[in-house]
Every structure is written in C-alpha cells, then in structure tokens.
Design a protein around this ligand. Structure first.
Ligand code: SF4
Ligand code: SF4
Length: 385
C-alpha cells in the first residue's frame, strides 16, 4: 500500500455511472453544483450533465497567472481549483438578514423563512473539504451559531475528488490538508485514466453508501486501488510550493515589526482579491438600507475584506491605514492568530491567493523569507510590479 490509502470497500464506477450519480442525487432533492468553464476559468455552478464539466481541460497556475489548457485525454477532473470556492454556497456573498415594514403602530419584521437549497457539491478537493471544516468551526462551533450556514451545512452532500495532479501554487501536502481527501465526505472519487476511464469510489457516510449502492458499480481490484493510491501520491510529490509550519506562529509573532512587511506593502495593491478567493476567509459587514418611501428597511450581510480601509473603521477613523498594516493583519491572522482562535492554521494550501493576486504576492514566500532571515539565509525581495 502507498502513502495514501483508500478507506472502506472501494467500488469502481464507469464514466457513464457519474451521470447516474448526478441523476440520483437530483432525484433525492439535491441541487447538484460542480466545476464548469466560464469566462476562461473553472468555476462552480449548478451542474445537470456530466458534459458540463471541463472535460479534457486543465489549469496552469503561477503567482498572478491562471490559464486553461487542453489535456491530451478526456479527464473530467484533470485540474485543481479556480477562483470560486464552496463558501459562496454555504455562506452567500450577499444575504438579506431581515426586512421591516412600517405599520400603523410601529414596525413589522419579515424574516425570510425559505429553506436554503439542499446542495450536493460535486468535485470537492481535499483542501476544500478542510476549508469547509474550518468554516464549520467558525460558524457553528462557537458560542453563536449562524443558523443559515448550519441549515445549508447539515443538508449538504459532498462528492469529493482526490487530486491526480498538483498545481504550481498548491501546497496542501505540507499542511496535511491534501491531496488525498480526509474524513467528512459522503463519497470520494479517484479518477483513473490508464486506458479504461473509470473512478474508484469510496463511501464516507451511511448516506453516501446508500447512494453509491444505487449506482452501477463493481468491486475495485487490488490493481485499481494501487493505481488510485499511486495517483494521489504522485500529486503530493509534484506540489508546486510548500509551507514550513513548525514554530510558524511564534516566528510570525516574533517578527511583527520586521522590515519585510514594508517591502511586501510596496507591491500589495490592497485590492482584497486574496480574501475573496480564499476558501476560509469569512469576514463580512452588515449594511442597513431604507427604500425611498421610508416604509421599508432592510439589513444585509455582505462579504468584506480586511484589505479595505472601511473594514477597521471605528469612530475616529480606520485603525489599519497602511498597506503594511493590512497585509500583515491578513497573513498574521491566517497563519498565527487563527491558531489561537480556532486551534489550527487558517490556510489549507489551495494556492488561490497566490494565483489570483494581481502582483503575485506569495504567502509561502513571505513566511519563508522571515524564517530564512532568522536562520541567517537572507532571501531577496521580489521586484515591485
Ligand atoms: S490563504 Fe491562500 S492558500 Fe491559504 S487557504 Fe486562503 S487562498 Fe488558499
Ligand atoms: S496580497 Fe495581492 S491580492 Fe491580496 S490585497 Fe495585496 S495585491 Fe491584492
């Protein structure tokens, strides 16, 4: 057995069975959501047919760069992650919290009681499953529970996919968050492309096992299982980046006034793109609005970013006025303070913030630079863009 071992009793699904999986999930009342190509990127949207997946496409990612390329096969999941993450379905970017109407003797509150969709996510990667579990800790495990998130999460069905390829900006292997999926999925798939296009499927929940039983399948052979494990192990070996986590929190706290923060601030545009694409960034703001008649008032919740000036605005102005203060706040929260808050690093190594940063600022390089300087191995600062 390899370093990545599949749990349970693996089945093999033929490619055509994946459409049946979608059909069965929809027949059970799930809204199936999965990867598809839109505006030159692989994003997540409602998925009805397997043909809507990015068949035969892959993504090529680097700091500040993303493009799609044709593969030389018809892989359904031959790419890594794009600008979307699953958080937009579990915690929508814009959500009405309540509406109030003026009445004869005051106000009447109208709360949206429509049940949220029951989602089945198709193609959740290992790092993304960890990110969802991070959101669970934020929205459901603390003293206050986000009821809307909880309803979406408890109804969720997860079809995970083990990565068979690693992206240039990925570093999940160094964080222990991938590329093989851990517990928390209902069904996990590994795509095999050695002539016979097929999927090794493992159930991770009772409901997942029930669904899997209804799909045409056969038992996986030792050869199927060995190939699946080798595929994942190969992705781990080819990971584009890594992040050393030993003593990371202490390293960052020791270097809170390091000149490196000023250097990175020279490049950072404070655009907040890194926070929007990050699957674990969860900050939001609350906005109140009234209509022109003054009869209706609404309260909305909207994604926010710690890179905006308004984010830290208090009575006398913004607390973090410089790019240095805002970049440092983001990185320190992700890699250090998150550990104090939630007991884990707030990064799952998906690489999105590196790929989608317009100037290619790299969270792994920034942390490594501080570490290298402490150990006497100075690293050059990247040139300003
Ligand atoms: S900080 Fe960057 S690499 Fe880490 S989870 Fe967020 S987007 Fe992914
Ligand atoms: S690190 Fe990059 S993506 Fe994030 S705010 Fe700065 S320029 Fe924008």
């Amino acid at each position: 057995m390899g370093a990545y071992e599949l749990d349970g009793s693996p089945y093999v699904l033929e490619r055509a069975a994946l459409q049946e999986l979608l059909d069965v999930l929809r027949a059970h009342g799930y809204t199936t959501v999965g990867p598809q190509i839109e505006h030159g990127a692989i994003v997540y949207d409602e998925l009805h047919r397997i043909e809507e997946l990015p068949i035969g496409w892959t993504d090529v990612q680097e700091g500040g760069s993303y493009r799609l390329e044709r593969r030389n096969d018809d892989a359904l999941f031959g790419y890594n992650v794009g600008p979307h993450s699953w958080k937009r379905f579990l915690s929508p970017p814009l959500r009405l919290l309540w509406r109030a109407r003026k009445t004869e003797d005051g106000f009447e509150f109208v709360v949206d009681e429509e049940p949220p969709p029951r989602y089945a996510f198709i193609g959740v990667r290992a790092c993304e499953l960890h990110a969802i579990q991070q959101l669970d800790a934020i929205y459901m495990a603390g003293p206050a529970t986000d009821k809307d998130y909880q309803r979406r999460r408890e109804a969720l069905f997860i079809v995970a996919v083990n990565c068979g390829k690693a992206g240039n900006t990925c570093f999940c292997a160094s964080l222990g968050t991938g590329p093989g999926v851990g517990p928390g999925y209902d069904i996990a798939l590994t795509e095999l492309l050695d002539g016979e296009h097929r999927f090794v499927a493992v159930a991770g929940s009772v409901h997942g096992a029930e669904i899997l039983e209804t799909i045409p399948h056969r038992s996986a052979t030792d050869a199927d299982i060995a190939l699946a494990e080798a595929t994942i192990a190969q992705a781990a070996r080819r990971m584009g980046r890594s992040l050393e986590t030993a003593g990371l929190k202490e390293l960052l706290y020791r270097n809170i006034d390091h000149p490196r923060w000023e250097a990175v601030a020279q490049r950072c545009l404070t655009c907040g793109a890194c926070t929007m694409v990050c699957p674990t960034c969860f900050c939001f703001s609350i906005e109140d609005a009234t209509d022109l008649s003054g009869q209706v008032a609404e309260r909305w919740r909207r994604f926010d970013s710690c890179f905006t000036l308004a984010f830290s605005f208090i009575s006398s102005g913004s607390v973090r006025t410089s790019a240095k203060a805002r970049y440092r706040q983001w990185l320190m929260h992700k890699l250090a303070a998150w550990q104090d808050q939630f007991g884990a690093i707030g990064c799952v190594g998906c690489g999105r913030c590196i790929t989608w940063c317009p100037v290619g600022i790299d969270i792994t390089a920034e942390a490594a630079a501080l570490r290298a300087e402490e150990s006497g191995q100075l690293q050059p600062e990247p040139a300003a863009v």
